[in-house]
Design a protein around this ligand. Structure first.
Ligand code: GLN
Length: 191
């Protein structure tokens, strides 16, 4: 029998436990990724939410930007949620940080305004009744032709996929719905 998939969760800042728990419900084991050699042992990676600027500084400090780009370009699956989605964008329009350029969209940070800290809403798209929790969420704008939009809220893409890279502007780890994490696990190449 194939071994259980091992998923790395970037552990510079952000919620390790909630992602690990969602992944464990799907039969995957999670490990913390803090430096480039941690990536050698994982089949896929999650970039969690948090404060984008803090995570970006951490990535720079430990030299993980290039390693993450190489990891993704090798075809291994990547899921970025909220701040993680910002880091995957081709460009960050406001409060710019260095991003990985793995999804063809421009991220706008805190796009729902400083008065709107968090809200929950059901998205439109092929995943029925997908409840999305947004916390100081970004928007993904000006999507390119290679970006597949899997869910939208108010017309804006909130769940997108580009080849092996999935980005959610919300927090799928905060609900019992594991379908977004399944997208990650289902694209791990057969071992
Ligand atoms: N607004 C945050 C940022 O851009 C992201 C919020 C989150 O990840 N929940 O840094």
């Amino acid at each position: 029998m194939a071994r259980e998939p091992v998923v790395g969760i970037l552990a510079i800042q952000g919620d390790f436990e909630a992602h690990a728990s969602a992944l464990s419900r799907l039969g995957a084991r999670s490990v913390r990724v803090r430096r480039d050699r941690d990536l050698d042992a994982v089949d896929a990676i999650v970039l969690p939410g948090g404060e984008t600027t803090t995570i970006a500084k951490g990535l720079e400090r430990v030299g993980l930007y290039d390693a993450l780009e190489t990891f993704a370009r090798s075809g291994r699956p990547v899921l970025g949620t909220c701040a993680g989605a910002v880091l995957l964008a081709r460009e960050v329009e406001n409060h710019p940080v260095r991003s990985l350029g793995l999804i063809d969209a421009v991220a706008v940070r805190n796009a729902y305004g400083s008065q709107v800290d968090s809200f929950s809403v059901t998205a439109d798209g092929e995943l029925e009744n997908l409840r999305c929790i947004f916390i100081r969420a970004p928007q993904l704008r000006r999507p390119g032709p290679d970006l597949e939009v899997l869910a939208r809220v108010d017309g804006w893409p909130v769940l997108v996929r580009q080849k092996n890279v999935v980005a959610a502007t919300f927090h799928p780890e905060l609900t019992d719905d594991t379908r977004v994490h399944s997208l990650l696990l289902d694209s791990i190449p057969a071992r």
